[in-house]
Write a protein that binds this ligand. Sequence first.
Ligand code: GLY
Length: 579
Amino acid sequence: MRPVLHVFAAVVLSLVVAMPTAAKTPAAKTATTAAHASHPPGAAIASAHALATDAGLEMLRKGGNAFDAAVAVSGVLSVVEPVSSGIGGGGFFLLHDAKTGRDVFVDARETAPESATPASFLDAKGDLDRDRAQNGPWSAGIPGLPAALVHIAKKYGKLPLTTTLAPAIRIARDGFPVYERLEKGYASRRTVMERYRGTRAVFLADGDPPKVGETFKQPELAHTLELIASKGFDGFYRGETATKLLAAVKEEGGRWTPNELAGYRVRERTPLKFDYRGWHITTAPPPSSGGVALAEILQTVSGWDLQKLDPAHRTHILTEAMRRAYRDRTIYLGDPDFVKVPMSRLMSPDYAAGLRATIHPDKATPSELLPGQPAPLEDDETTHYSIIDAQGNLVSTTQTVNLTYGSGMVATGTGVLLNNEMDDFALKPGTANAFGVMGFEANAPKPGKRMLSSMTPSFMESKDKLVVIGAPGGSRIITEVLIGILGYDAGLSAQQVAALPRIHHQWLPDLISAEAGALDAQTVTALEAMGHKVNAAEANWGNLQTVAWDKRANTLEGGTDPRNPMGKAAVDTAPRAAH
Ligand code: GLY
């Protein structure tokens, strides 16, 4: 754990796991009063890489809005964090358009190609072929991120893509300094990545793998980004890039069709909304499981005054709510264009009250008593950024190629590293009970279907404060965002929220995972006495990025996760000409 986390561990987690009795404002607090500013005093951006944050600020200086900044930040992250996300992957963009007052969720999740039937992921013995599920062309869904950039620029932005993608193109062509996570991630995926001709051409261009401090250049990716900037959708999904993508997938033994690429569309969905202790929360709908799980957990724990509980009981109640929500995630959730998700039930405060009634105040519920079938585990790559601009537009984006360096395969001649998002489907149907089988069916692969995600880009608003928040972390994204929300509710600053120590429970395995220092020995002993299994010394996880506007003081702040030394949160209140 980094020193800064040590400092916060004792104080700050005690604020969340032992929340102070902060003065609470009543529900439905969004109406502003004369004491509240109507617009933020400038802009704030937090992302996982300083070059991306700077690119977003550059767009605002050029007269762009938060949506232009989002395209620039997204494009740069795709270049400088290939380990986490890229234009060969997908993402979710939660937007608030200040002009119309509308919230919209742009779903740029990858889709399954026609060739991806469940049988195509089984080996001769009928077992899941993990290599096929996680490496190379079969593991890749049809990318969604380029379509989202084009859609957002056209519908919500003010600047052309030639301007907003210029920083990404420049950095891809001129290069950027390699940092530790890129080098280590490459080392962990090297044997897979070097199977592919296109990957070797990019990552071994100078004869050996990228090393910290070296300049990493991606000229072919720069060219592909230029085609998107000049031709929009057709720059990726038709013509030169599409032809190269199809040829590369075929060369490595996969099967994509021109129609699958040209037929890819983002979906605009209605975000989920619910209230928690006076905060209006706006969050991700299916095919993310994040918003539903977040709503279930927060509505379940709202029956307790968490501030009045000791740390062990507070952790116990949070854990029991997490356990129940993650179990429902597995059973009910999938792509809403393909399966009927019982949303009104899962989002209902009455349903949460029913869950609450099953929680024993002093005893853990063994997960095996809650029937179901575990979901595949998810890795913690992925990235998030948060933006507020001076007009009050908001962007909360989580984007991903799934596991470290995605599929490991760069499509020859494009610089595009393909995702391995197919692994987020339940690729092998379960054989347990009816609920388990149903769960796997909800998230079984089908042509054109989007795989279930945990990405949870969110907004939270009270009378006094507006927050944009999100994080990477695979299945731990949901609890990372949850702990962030509880931190803001406890009155913490954006930076304190980003630094909060983390705990997590996901039903199966039946275990409380905690970052080292998050739970003290006494709390662990008390939790064990209630029947919990606890691993209190896990390595740090997550990379939360958040910005907040205090409407009463009319100040902006940003918080970037101290676990990631490359991140940057910036506030820009320089006066601007009206635009
Ligand atoms: N691939 C991580 C997620 O979508 O949740």
